[in-house]
Design a protein around this ligand. Structure first.
Ligand SMILES: Cc1cc2nc3c(=O)[nH]c(=O)nc-3n(C[C@H](O)[C@H](O)[C@H](O)COP(=O)(O)OP(=O)(O)OC[C@H]3O[C@@H](n4cnc5c(N)ncnc54)[C@H](O)[C@@H]3O)c2cc1C
Length: 410
């Protein structure tokens, strides 16, 4: 049966949900004051990282965090003034790093990531969208054998969870990517990964195709979601708007909607940055991640995008100069031919303390669906998340058991 559906948020998750719902024949209205793909979805590293089932908070956090927080070479930062607000989230984040809990999170992520490629299949069957895909496998680099050895347990867990990869030595790395400085002793090449040449361009093209089939975009802020006994409604500019179903896909800004629908969720943000080196995309042939420094260098259509780092500092606009300098300095060390970046960007990853997204019905209304909290993986998990949203609305069996992704797990 055709329904009127509102999706709040026009990032990777909102657009992929719109595509799935429109395939099912529903009428969809997207709400986003910023337009298409202007949130975290805009400036990410562009990688389809189906191998990334290890959350940032894993047991190494207990060993590394003190050093990370005190070093100005660290890709992981905390703004101390934000600590009073962050403390409850941070405690849960640390607790989720305990071995058994972290393995549970990794398992939940791996199960979802297993469905990620199938989730993208209907989108990438379209030639206009598939032209954004670059099928070059992602390479992680380690500058010394000790840090590679420290990453071994996480690689072993990846292998146990079905992730395929090859380990490379320095000579093999240089043969693969001759533009890199000879400073890397170990590399990991992840099978069947790929990247988008322009993530926002992909979303814009998807939006234009869906708009031609009737998708509406309202550039308005949604102030509230009312679950309502006889169907949900949105409050937009003081006006109540009734829909048959509402999808909350507002990334890092989803917590207040969830709480209005009976689900207090401990969602916070891991801020991340990119710097762009115009015209330098030819220096590597694939996304190259420097594991110890926490960033990727991805060849995009408009240059080399150096993206990553984690900053726990809330939603303020102030950019951390020292993290931007770290990205610039470190990428130039890895790729000596790099010149000067011409722009930088700050984005807000939506992160729950266990690193697992919420894909679920709300407690207060079966007709409010949540799809948020995709942390470092929202691009990768967009297709499968959109499919799950449509399955929940159609009351079809989803591709996997959704219990680990419930909002009530907190
Ligand atoms: C530096 C960096 C690198 C990354 N690299 C990768 C990567 O390589 N691969 C990967 O898979 N993921 C990556 N990610 C993560 C990925 O970008 C995010 O998980 C993903 O973009 C989240 O998508 P989303 O649609 O949930 O949120 P967003 O893209 O943030 O979209 C949410 C939208 O909701 C809108 N909104 C908010 N509040 C309201 C409101 N009240 N009313 C209406 N609209 C509202 C916002 O304007 C925004 O457009 C990276 C992230 C960062 C920061």
């Amino acid at each position: 049966m055709m329904s009127e559906i509102a999706i709040i948020g026009a990032g990777f998750i909102g657009l992929a949900s719109a595509a799935s719902l429109m395939r099912d024949g529903h009428r969809v209205t997207l709400f986003d004051p910023a337009g298409v793909g202007q949130g975290a979805s805009f400036g990410n590293a562009g990688t389809f990282a189906h191998y990334a089932c290890i959350p940032v908070n894993n047991p190494t956090v207990f060993r590394d965090l003190p050093r990370f927080l005190l070093s100005n070479q660290s890709p992981f930062r905390l703004r101390w003034g934000y600590l009073p607000h962050l403390a409850p989230w941070l405690v849960r984040f640390m607790m989720s790093s305990l071995p058994r809990r972290y393995e549970t999170s990794a398992g939940a992520l791996a199960a979802l990531l297993d469905c990620a490629q199938d989730g993208y299949a209907p989108l990438l069957a379209n030639a206009e969208l598939a032209r954004f895909v670059r099928p070059r496998e992602c390479l992680y680099l380690y500058s010394n054998a000790a840090s590679f050895d420290a990453a071994r347990p996480a690689l072993d867990l990846r292998k146990k969870l079905g992730v395929a990869f090859d380990v490379l030595d320095g000579a093999a790395i240089r043969a693969l990517e001759p533009g890199l400085a000879p400073i890397f002793e170990r590399g990991v090449l992840f099978s069947n990964s790929w990247h988008f040449s322009d993530p926002q361009g992909f979303l814009q093209t998807l939006y234009e195709q869906l708009a031609a089939q009737g998708l509406k975009l309202e550039r308005s802020t949604v102030d509230a979601v009312q679950p309502g006994a006889d169907g949900p409604s949105l409050s937009v500019g003081g006006v109540a708007r009734r829909f048959d179903h509402v999808v909350v896909a507002t990334g890092a800004r989803s917590a207040h909607f969830a709480s209005q629908c009976g689900d207090p969720v401990p969602l916070d943000t891991e801020r991340g940055y990119h710097v762009r080196f115009p015209g330098a995309q030819h220096l590597v042939s694939r996304p190259v991640g420097w594991a110890e420094r926490g960033f990727y260098m991805t060849p995009m259509s408009d240059g080399l995008r150096v993206a990553g780092t984690v900053e726990l500092a809330g939603f303020g606009d102030t950019r951390n100069r020292s993290l931007l300098d770290l990205l610039t300095f470190s990428s130039k060390r890895a790729l000596p031919a790099l010149d000067t970046p011409d722009s930088n960007w700050l984005g807000f990853r939506p992160t729950l303390p266990d690193g697992v997204p919420v894909l679920a019905r709300s407690r207060a209304s079966e007709r409010v669906i949540y799809a948020f909290g995709h942390q470092h993986l929202g691009l990768t998990l967009a297709g499968v998340s959109g499919r799950i949203v449509a399955d929940l609305i159609a009351r079809r069996a989803p591709p996997l058991d959704l219990a680990p992704y419930a909002a009530t797990r907190f």
